[in-house]
Design a protein around this ligand. Sequence first.
Ligand SMILES: Nc1ncnc2c1ncn2[C@@H]1O[C@H](COP(=O)(O)OP(=O)(O)OP(=O)(O)O)[C@@H](O)[C@H]1O
Length: 268
Amino acid sequence: MHPDLLVQSLSRSSFTADSITFAYDGRVGPVFQNFSLHTQPEEFVAILGPSGCGKSTLLNLLSGFLTPQKGTIEINGSAVYPEHPALGYVFQSPNLFPWLSVLENVRFGLRMAAKLSNGQQYQTAKTFLDLVGLADHANAFPHRLSGGQRQRVALARSLVMNPALLLMDEPFSALDAITRATLNDEVLRLWSTLGQSVLFITHDIDEAIYLADRIIVLGLAPEGIRAEVKVGLPRPRHQVETRDAPRFHALRRQLSQEIANAQSKTQF
Ligand SMILES: Nc1ncnc2c1ncn2[C@@H]1O[C@H](COP(=O)(O)OP(=O)(O)OP(=O)(O)O)[C@@H](O)[C@H]1O
C-alpha cells in the first residue's frame, strides 16, 4: 500500500471535548470544570502545563479511559471510547513486545483487527517501517534498538492503524536532545504526509513551539485552559532557522511567563 492511499483514508476528523467536568472519587474538587477543547482536522496541538495541572487526566478522558461527570467527548460527532479506531497513542515508554520482531510489533494491531490478509498486513507494516526509516531493522528484536529507534517503532505501530487523532504523551522526554530533535522532525514529516490531527503533551516549551500549530497552556486544576496561542511560524520547520526566529523567542518568553504564573499559584 502506498502512503498516498493512506492519506485518503484518514478522513478529516475533528475532535471535541465540550464543557466537561471531571473529579476523581474522593478528591475534594474537580480537576476540570466546564472545560472545552476542539481540534481541527490535521491540526497539531501541543498541551503544556505545570505538574499536577491534569495533563494525564485529560489524556485519559480524551481516550475514553475516564468518563466525565458532565459534558461530552466526541470524534466526528460520536462518543469516544477506549481503543476507538480513530485514536492512536504514543507514550513516553515505547512498550514494545520484547518477544516480537520489529516488523511483528508494527503489524500487531493489524493482526488483532484481522481486517487485512496476512500478506497485506506485512506489506502495510513494512510500508510504515520504511516511513520511520527502519526498514533495515524489520527482523531485529526491540532490545537491539536504541531508545530513539524504539520510539520510531512505537510511532509506526500506532500510525499503521490509520488514527485520525494521534495522542502523544511526552513521547520523547526520555531521549537525549539530539535524538529528540531528530524525532521531532520525523513526527512533522509523517504528520505532513499522513495528515492526522495530533495532540502532543509535553513539559518542554521549545518542543511545543517547534512542533505545534497551536499551544494550550493548562493552569492548575481546576483552572483549565490558562492561555492559548497560535504559533504562526512557517512550515516546514527547521532546527536552526525556526529556533532562531524572533517569533520563536517571543513565544518562548510568553509561554514561560504563563507557566511561571500558573506555578506560582501552587506555592500559596
Ligand atoms: N487517581 C487519582 N485519584 C485522585 N486524584 C488524582 C488521581 N490522579 C490524579 N489525581 C489528581 O488530579 C490532579 C491532576 O493530576 P494529573 O496526574 O492529571 O496531572 P499532570 O498534569 O499529568 O501531572 P504531571 O505533569 O506531574 O504528570 C492532581 O491534583 C492529582 O493529584
